[in-house]
Design a protein around this ligand. Structure first.
Ligand code: KIV
Ligand code: NA
Length: 272
């Protein structure tokens, strides 16, 4: 692929080859997934994964912009999507537009993602009609952890109808795709079948139109806890811990630095 996909290209993948996406927060990680992922999300999960916050509630616009800029520098052929942080869009359509426009202008993102279903329908409509592509996010919406009462599966039993309504609402409002987080697989399949925009699953179903995971989760770098829906495709955290211990041991044994890591006082050009 020569250039990054646009929201229309993502939409056109409905029912086709599954969309591949991951989160990224830094340039080197973005470079590794560039061209492999259809889109890369600068998720507000950055607050928990890289900043040690207890939830995504404390993530700021400034944090999103700084990480968005870093990720932007690492991408050439994947689309960049950026999360609107908690508190940056709920107040009014105008507040949402101002902050979405700032995120796009300062990071070069091609779209924003925000959390919510029917409650945020009008805001999605307003953003889209004013030039801002929106990815929706329903089911478990982590920014609402304090009112949801924890990170529970959403849309089970009596909640199923409400979840379907949320999916239809964000699709009708003009979102170009919707993340379904932590919902029963059968619900994810029903929603995927009944709405015209791609569903991006995380803790949803393999039949979604695409999948997303938090990159530090799937690489085994973030190990404070593991959600059931996370598959660790690598255990880089273990490698890192071992490397750090090996370094400490060698420093104390005075076996690091070895001669090849040190400089002679006076000599051959090439050893400089
Ligand atoms: O912030 C995030 O990482 C997300 C994805 C998990 C969808 O919103
Ligand atoms: Na998020």
């Amino acid at each position: 692929r020569k250039s990054a996909p646009m929201p229309q290209d993502i939409m056109a993948r409905k029912g086709g080859t599954p969309l591949v996406s991951l989160t990224a927060y830094t340039t080197p990680m973005a470079e590794m997934m560039d061209g492999i992922c259809d889109f890369v999300l600068v998720g507000d999960s950055v607050g928990m994964v890289l900043h040690g916050l207890p939830s995504t509630v404390g993530v700021t616009m400034e944090m999103m912009i700084m990480h968005g800029q870093a990720v932007r520098r690492g991408l050439t052929t994947s689309m960049l999507v950026i999360d609107m942080p908690f508190g940056s869009y709920e107040e009014s359509r105008e507040q949402a537009f101002r902050n979405a426009a700032r995120l796009m202008a300062e990071t070069g993102a091609g779209a924003v993602k925000l959390e919510g279903g029917r409650g945020i329908e009008k805001t999605i409509q307003f953003l889209v009609s004013h030039g801002i592509p929106v990815m929706a996010h329903i089911g478990l919406t982590p920014q609402s952890v304090n009112t949801l009462g924890g990170y529970k599966v959403q849309g089970r039993g009596k909640e199923a109808k409400a979840l379907m309504k949320d999916a239809k609402a964000v699709a009708d409002a003009g979102a170009f795709a919707v993340v379904l987080e932590k919902v029963p697989a059968v619900m994810a399949d029903k929603i995927t079948a009944q709405i015209a925009i791609p569903t991006i699953g995380i803790g949803a179903s393999a039949n979604c139109d695409g999948q997303i995971l938090v990159v530090d989760d799937m690489l085994g770098l973030f190990t404070a806890f593991k959600a059931k829906f996370v598959k660790r495709f690598a255990m880089l955290g273990d490698d890192a811990r071992e490397a750090i211990q090996a370094y400490a041991d060698e420093v104390q044994a005075r076996s690091f630095p070895a001669p090849e890591h040190t400089f002679a006082e006076d000599v051959p050009e090439k050893t400089k």
